[in-house]
Design a protein around this ligand. Sequence first.
Ligand code: AHM
Ligand code: MG
Length: 338
Amino acid sequence: MAEVTVTEHLLLHQKKSPHATGQFTGLLYDLILSGKIISRRINKAGLLDILGGTGEINVQGENVQKLDDLANHILTWRMERCGALCAMSSEENAELIRIRPEFPSGEYILVFDPLDGSSNIDVNINVGTIFSILRRPQGHAGEIRLEEVLQPGANQIGAGYMLYGPSTMLVFSTGQGVHGFTLDPGVGEFLLSHPDMRIPRQGRIYSVNEGNRRNWSEATREVVDWFHTCPTKDGGSYSSRYVGALVADFHRTLINGGIYMYPADAAKPQGKLRLMCEAAPLAFLAEQAGGRASDGMGRILERKPDHLHARTPLFIGSADDVEAVEGIYARFKNDQLP
Ligand code: AHM
Ligand code: MG
């Protein structure tokens, strides 16, 4: 079988797309190289002194793991030098990272979660890097302003993730479907393994942290109960799976269908997941693969963030499953209307 590398795939798509530029392709190369470096470091994690926490608390109020820090450093160092960006935003940095004047800059903005699911690192369970690419609004010059970065996910021109699992995978979309590549460690290249990924219309798996149930609203309890009791399309029952790493739970959902949910609750009234670096890029992939992503009321991709680390509830996966959730929340909302 002829192996297609991610580089060949990008060049082919660059020719097809009137929007793709050499600068954009260069950005993706550097992102992919950063992912390969992170993957190598993670593979050796148990052998080096890079497990455990740094003792610091990040902007999200969470313990920073040494590998969070390392992944963030690998990405920010390389991407600042790639020449395609004017700014970056990382889950680990409170402020916008503007490209310093000593480096060449470009028209793109990169938003990323350097190591999603990092509470799983010490137990050798999947983690990943999630990324979102935006373009600086036209007609702007000089130092980029924060308002230019706070764009709804519908404006993304590319998004994806690297999943560091039993094999390392790269899954991304530039608006022409979703394509998956598996890293061949011998060759050192990502090879096309999952062309044109599609989420089944309805799935058999629901994924939610049920430990939060006591903090859920009545509507959210009803949503999850629906998956406890509703038959799947072949008359069976939904199964529950929860890795606790969004990128891994989403990857399973993308391939097998079903739904991943992180609702708002009394302890996290805005939800837990970050709109710009987690929910929006995965929502872009979900829609490109024929699925849906919602905050329970409407499309994630239409939500405009009011700050870099804005949070959102998230329901993502098979179109029918996400629609069922929206239907339940709409019914509760209507019941409350005077
Ligand atoms: P992180 O980016 O700091 O790792 O946090 C986000 C993670 C998601 O990957 C995961 O789905 C969720 O938090 C799990 O949260 P919980 O432990 O509350 O279920
Ligand atoms: Mg995360």
